[in-house]
Design a protein. Structure first.
Length: 183
């Protein structure tokens, strides 16, 4: 395949899929190198941005997807009148925030930060594929460690966890470390 054709083929695949596609799958399907695909994705993305087209390339960790430019959303909504996405409850959002910032983290560690049980919230986030099991902690009982997914990045419209706002956990960490101490 000619290098000039790679962005066009990627665009067609992403358009038809409608869902995020793993970069490694694109490389395999197109039989191209990581460098060739990266150049094609950069070209596709810059073309959409330069021309302020209705579409844009979205990157979520190891996945890419076509999406619409946010400033055109009111026109799309006016035509399609989409059903509102179910929002995440306050408790689920708090649990997700702890996982996002402290990952990998166990259920007990989440509950220590929040001060309440989080079974429902963790299960809800797992069902929505915003978090997943990332391993087991090497401690008594080998509890499950949780972390965020590429779907989490996609849901919040960010490319990586580095884009999360900075949060100072020092007061919480100090309180947790001093649980068994006086003062």
């Amino acid at each position: 395949m000619e290098q000039a054709d790679i962005p066009k083929v990627v665009e067609a695949i992403l358009f038809v899929s409608g869902e995020p596609v793993e970069v490694a799958e694109l490389e395999r399907a197109l039989e191209v190198t990581t460098l060739e695909l990266s150049a094609a994705l950069d070209e596709l993305e810059s073309g959409y941005d330069r021309e302020r087209r209705g579409l844009r390339l979205l990157r979520f960790g190891s996945h890419v997807q076509l999406g619409t430019r946010s400033e055109y959303a009111p026109y799309i909504e006016k035509l399609l009148q989409p059903v509102q996405k179910q929002t995440l409850s306050q408790a689920v959002m708090e649990t997700l925030a702890v996982i996002a910032y402290k990952q990998p983290v166990t259920r007990a560690e989440i509950e220590a930060v929040r001060g309440v049980k989080c079974d429902y919230s963790v299960q809800s986030l797992m069902n929505k594929r915003l978090i997943c099991e990332v391993g087991r902690k090497e401690t008594l009982g080998r509890p499950i460690l949780y972390g965020t997914t590429d779907e989490f990045l996609r849901h919040f419209g960010i490319s990586s966890l580095a884009e999360l706002p900075t949060v100072d956990f020092s007061a919480i960490d100090a309180a947790l470390a001093g649980d068994g101490e006086d003062g």
